[in-house]
Design a protein around this ligand. Structure first.
Ligand SMILES: Cc1cc2nc3c(=O)[nH]c(=O)nc-3n(C[C@H](O)[C@H](O)[C@H](O)COP(=O)(O)O)c2cc1C
Length: 335
């Protein structure tokens, strides 16, 4: 079971899109040159910035990931902002305002239709059947990130070509369509998805090398793997210095809505410990609310109030070029 893009890869490894800084065109190009597939993280970029990043990797096979826009959940974001006042005071910032709820989704999507790319993947939902048809009509393959069997059923019905199946071990946001954070491990999610969809599955979550990936491929549980955390400390990644330093000393990760209003896994810090219980489900409202505080925390090299997304395998990150890592994992996979 494969797709056009998957069959073109020498090594069935995808460098995960990592919005917010860690993904760079250099990282995507390095993964693709090494025989895997590099991804451009299209979320949280202006349409112009996305266009510039995409146009800089057109010599390679690559994909683009978009977050689907979220409707307001009606949660009381003002009450949460009031609770965060001591944190805003500590960093001498005001609560951030919501610039646009939709992350320029329509502009970015239309640009990808006018300037086609090999692959587009969705996160926080699936493209509509009409959007999938538009992408197909310009020769673009379409994947959807799913985290439950229900997500997989919807995406399959909309006509996507493959499913990125994300387990709860994954760093960054949970890709569930409804903002929930189920805890069944990756292997169980893969099996549940296989029971409802015959599409190829790209496994994501907690995979740090070829030895982690091999059993999933050999058993047929997955057809490829998407790794994020394993690339966070490569020189090509845009990961901040404070985030890299904490990867080496942190003791655990946790899932929280405290920074963005959607469950995401990151290195546990004081802000998460204090606010995870009360944070509402309200993305991207909470993301923008905490943005000034997170920026100040990062600029001060202070890890206490910064989101440092990472998966459960973070202790095994390696500070080595991406191409070296992909080559080593290929050897471990017997390729
Ligand atoms: C820093 C960071 C940012 C992420 N940003 C995105 C993103 O923009 N889009 C997306 O689909 N997934 C994103 N993810 C999740 C990855 O696609 C993938 O599911 C995850 O990295 C797999 O788990 P791992 O980190 O244990 O390898 C992000 C993950 C991390 C660690």
């Amino acid at each position: 079971m494969t797709t056009r893009i998957l069959s073109e890869l020498n090594i069935p490894i995808i460098g995960a899109p990592m919005a917010g800084g860690p993904s760079t065109p250099e990282l995507a190009a390095a993964v693709s040159r090494a025989g895997g597939l590099g991804m451009i993280a299209g979320a949280l970029l202006t349409p112009d910035a996305l266009a510039a990043q995409v146009d800089s990797v057109r010599d390679h096979l690559f994909g683009v990931n978009l977050f689907l826009p979220e409707e307001s959940t009606g949660a009381d974001v003002d009450a949460y902002a009031a609770q965060l006042r001591p944190w805003f005071d500590k960093f001498d910032v005001e609560p951030g305002a919501l610039p646009r709820r939709d992350d320029y989704y329509t502009e970015k999507f239309d640009w990808l239709i006018s300037n086609p790319v090999p692959l587009v993947s969705s996160t926080f939902g699936t493209f509509t059947a009409d959007e999938v048809a538009r992408l197909h009509s310009v020769g673009t393959e379409v994947w959807a990130t799913v985290a439950t069997a229900d997500d997989a059923s919807v995406a399959t019905a909309h006509g996507v070509d493959a499913l990125v199946v994300q387990g709860p071990e994954a760093g960054g946001h949970r890709g569930t369509f409804d903002g929930s954070a189920p805890e069944a491990p990756l292997a169980d999610v893969l099996a549940a998805v296989a029971a409802v969809s015959s599409l190829p599955r790209i496994a994501a979550g907690g995979l740090m090398d070829g030895y982690d990936i091999a059993p999933l491929l050999n058993s047929g549980a997955a057809h490829a793997a998407q790794l994020g955390t394993a690339f966070l400390d490569t020189p090509e990644a845009g990961t901040r210095a404070v985030h890299r330093a904490q990867l080496a000393v942190a003791t655990r990760t946790a899932v929280t809505r405290a920074f963005s209003g959607r469950p995401a896994r990151g290195l546990e810090n004081d802000f998460m410990r204090e606010n995870s219980e009360v944070a509402p489900l309200a993305y991207p409202d909470v993301h923008y609310l905490t943005a000034p505080m997170r920026a100040k925390s990062a600029a001060a090299n202070d890890p206490s109030a910064l989101s440092m997304w990472a998966g459960t395998g973070f202790a095994r990150v390696q500070n080595r070029p991406a191409a070296e890592l992909v080559a080593e994992w290929a050897t471990q996979l017997g390729r």
